[in-house]
Design a protein around this ligand. Structure first.
Ligand code: PMP
Ligand code: GLN
Length: 393
């Protein structure tokens, strides 16, 4: 039994346990509560795109290993999307890489670019896979905390600047930002870009919510800023934009050198994934603008429905400029521990949410914040709001 004499899970991963999303979805299933925890839509994406996947399967497109970098149709569609939306020109052969969702793109980028001992700056609260992937790469995460100010979570540029050391390798950005719903402004991104250029840092930017921005907010890829194109790895995903989170189609766009580096790691993770779905997403990326506008309008209405309902129930609400999550502060309800609050919420109100504390190193800073997802049917959100109303009583 010698191998059992020490912990089975290695030191790098020991702190991570089970992801909060699995834990909270299991809690919803067990209690029958409405699941506003894990971020997945309860309605599938466009019928014609589902049909495109069926057609690909039937016609034998992608049923065997697709090419390592992704099928050419999808790489071309990604390149066209980046050019049309942002004016970013990418060679589909050398500068686009298809991945098994953004999750694999994040993992491959960090495993490829981080040496053991390198520091990686991440915006806190950070999406949970960032911390795990930095650890798997042997890096050290250096969180820079976004703080609420006048209804919006703000990046403190002085704090960011102070976090850079001689060991900093890269800045891991996420905009629109999960879980706070912040969309980084041009001024904020310009400051990040200047810092990256000045200190010769790479930027890995997770832009999976690029199409989910509301009101006056504008999604700006940092790769479009001066000096950034060749030091940035941009990550996208079909999951959020087309409401097919189970298909796991993501992509990287970057310079040929960065793309090749990420591909080196990616080829030993999944090698390839999602063959037939890649063809369907190639069609999805070419949907007319009305599709993207419709998605935004639908989610904007749902954001308002849920945000208003949460405010009436007594939460302080940070109405998001992007993503399909709304972060709340539970202190006006007389609560301060988001974990305990979320564990008890199914019984109290029949709803599941996510405690933002899990996305913080500074757990105290995150303790009173709780995230709710609004990518659900209107009737489901109405029922959730009615249930949450009982908290105000
Ligand atoms: N990044 C962020 C910020 C996310 O919220 C998610 C999850 N939805 C992912 C990456 C993972 O995306 P995918 O499902 O494409 O792997
Ligand atoms: N990104 C989704 C969220 O933030 C969850 C994805 C997952 O379960 N890994 O809710």
């Amino acid at each position: 039994m010698a191998p059992m004499n020490r912990p089975l899970l290695n030191r790098r991963l020991a702190e991570f346990g089970t992801t909060i999303f699995a834990e909270m979805s299991a809690l919803a299933a067990r209690t029958g509560a409405i699941n506003l925890g894990q971020g997945f839509p309860d309605t599938d994406g466009p019928e014609e795109i589902r049909e495109a996947a069926v057609r690909a399967l039937r016609e034998g497109h992608g049923n065997q290993y697709p090419p390592g970098p992704g099928v050419p149709e999808l790489r071309e569609a990604v390149a066209d999307h980046q050019l049309k939306r942002y004016g970013l020109a990418h060679d589909p052969d050398a500068e686009v890489l298809v991945t098994a969702g953004a999750t694999e793109a994040i993992a491959a980028a960090l495993l490829a670019l981080v040496e053991p001992g390198d520091e990686v700056i991440a915006l806190e609260p950070y999406y949970d896979s960032y911390a795990a992937c930095i650890a798997m790469a042997g890096g050290t995460r250096v969180p820079v905390t976004l703080r609420p100010s006048e209804g919006r979570y703000v990046l403190d540029l002085d704090e960011l600047r102070a976090a850079v050391t001689d060991r900093t390798r890269l800045i891991l950005l996420n905009t629109p930002h999960n879980p706070t719903g912040t969309v980084l402004t041009r001024d904020e991104l310009t400051a990040v870009a200047e810092l990256a250029t000045e200190r010769d840092l790479l930027v890995v930017t997770d832009e999976v919510y690029e199409h989910l921005v509301f009101d006056d907010a504008e999604h700006i890829p940092i790769a479009t800023l001066p000096g950034m194109r060749d030091r940035t790895v941009t990550i996208g995903s079909a999951g959020k934009t087309f409401s097919f989170t189970g298909w796991k189609v993501g992509w990287v766009t970057a310079s040929p050198e960065l793309t090749a580096a990420v591909r080196s790691a990616k080829q030993f993770l999944t090698y390839v994934a999602s063959g037939p779905f890649q063809y369907a997403i190639a069609e999805a990326l070419r949907l007319p603008d009305t599709y993207f506008e419709g998605l935004r309008a639908d989610l904007r209405a749902k954001r308002d429905l849920l945000s208003d309902g949460l405010a009436r129930a007594g939460f302080e609400v940070y109405r998001p400029a992007g993503t399909y999550f709304v972060t709340t502060d539970i202190r006006p309800l007389g609560e301060s521990d988001g974990f305990a609050f979320c564990r008890g919420l199914p019984e109290r109100a029949g709803v599941v949410a996510i405690p933002n504390a899990v996305f913080y190193d500074h757990r105290d800073a995150g303790a009173p914040f709780v995230r709710f997802a609004f990518c659900k049917r209107t009737d489901v959100l109405e029922e959730a709001v009615a249930r949450l109303r009982t908290l105000a009583a």
